[in-house]
Design a protein around this ligand. Structure first.
Ligand code: ATP
Length: 308
């Protein structure tokens, strides 16, 4: 299947600010793809260029097989968008908003079906200004689905929601994928990206600094894994510090904790050491680096490489 989105060397500046500087990535049909990056990295600008809200200065944008710079109106018929804060009139109700938005499209879903799908039936006739943050976000998603889109773009869909509402939104986003939609989302929550996204691109100061499946990025990174070890009798920290690859060794109660960038080698040597000293293994935990640690490592090293 052809890619749903192809961004090639996209650039956009606002006056003297180079917000996006040669961004490229592709999104396959049926994927949940995450754009991650620190504040001001250029995520929203990239999204806005894709949906035709901003004109790119340079680069290629292909969306649903169409040249999005040449055919922005046609692209709008095929995509659904939920931007950071959906501003609607205070008095409008979810049912009215869905009807109104639907009127702009050739293909449209029934308001009642969307209200049911996004758990808003009870609030169908409530004024917008009486909806909670989570209900407003669900309405924003329902509005993004009004034209039965092939591709859905969500800009920070869960920002500001409580943990339960975030979990509900995660379930909604996973359901979109199961229903065959392709999803592009931006988020600041690394755990969310790790959980939901098939692949992500990390953007920093207008450039893509890494792309791949969250698990691949973690495996590729040089951020080390953390190990917790308890033996009977206790092992001394100096012996652990002598293991190949071990670093940051410290004692915490009965446990010795350390990090290793070469876990296979370290653990093989540890097993040999325990056998030689006749120490019994009581607990051994090896924790992979989180996407958050990888993200912090990557954005820090990119800052070091780039003087701008
Ligand atoms: P955040 O995570 O904070 O939402 P972002 O990654 O979405 O950030 P953008 O909103 O795309 O980043 O902003 C990229 C850069 O462009 C920032 O330096 C921002 O200040 C600047 N910028 C964005 N919109 C405008 C604008 N309308 N006029 C001038 N500068 C802008």
């Amino acid at each position: 299947m052809p890619a749903k989105v192809i961004v090639r060397d996209l650039s956009k500046r606002y006056g003297g600010v180079e917000a996006v500087r040669g961004v490229s990535f592709a999104i396959e049909a049926g994927e949940i793809f995450g754009l991650l990056g620190p504040n001001g990295a250029g995520k929203t600008t990239t999204l806005e260029c894709l949906v035709g809200l901003r004109e790119a200065d340079a680069g290629g944008l292909e969306v649903c097989g169409l040249d999005a710079r040449k055919h922005p109106r046609e692209v709008k018929q095929r995509i659904g968008v939920a931007l950071q804060s959906t501003a609607l009139q205070d008095k409008i109700t979810p049912r009215e908003a869905l009807k109104l938005f639907g009127a702009f499209y050739r293909v449209r879903a029934e308001p009642a079906a969307l209200l049911a799908r996004f758990a808003l039936t009870e609030k169908a006739d409530a004024r917008f200004d009486t909806l909670s943050g989570g209900q407003r976000q669900r309405l924003a998603l329902a509005l993004a689905f009004v034209n039965k889109p092939e591709l859905v773009l969500l800009d920070e869909p869960t920002t500001g929601l409580d943990p339960a509402a975030r979990r509900e939104l995660h379930a909604e986003i996973l359901q979109m994928k199961r229903d065959g939609h392709t999803v592009l989302l931006t988020t600041h929550y690394l755990d969310e990206a790790e959980q939901l996204c098939d692949r992500i691109a990390i953007i920093d100061r207008g450039r893509v600094i890494a792309t791949g499946a969250p698990r691949e990025l973690i495996a590729r990174s040089s951020v080390s894994q953390s190990v917790t070890l308890v033996t009977e009798p206790g092992i001394d920290g100096a012996a652990v510090a002598g293991l190949p690859g071990a670093s940051e060794v410290r004692s915490e109660g009965a446990a010795v904790k350390f990090r290793t960038a070469r876990p296979t080698e370290t653990l093989a040597a540890l097993a040999a050491l325990l056998a030689a000293r006749r120490l019994e293994l009581v607990e051994l935990q090896v924790k992979k680096a989180s996407l958050e640690e990888v993200f912090v490592g990557l954005t820090k090293s990119a800052a070091g490489d780039d003087p701008s």
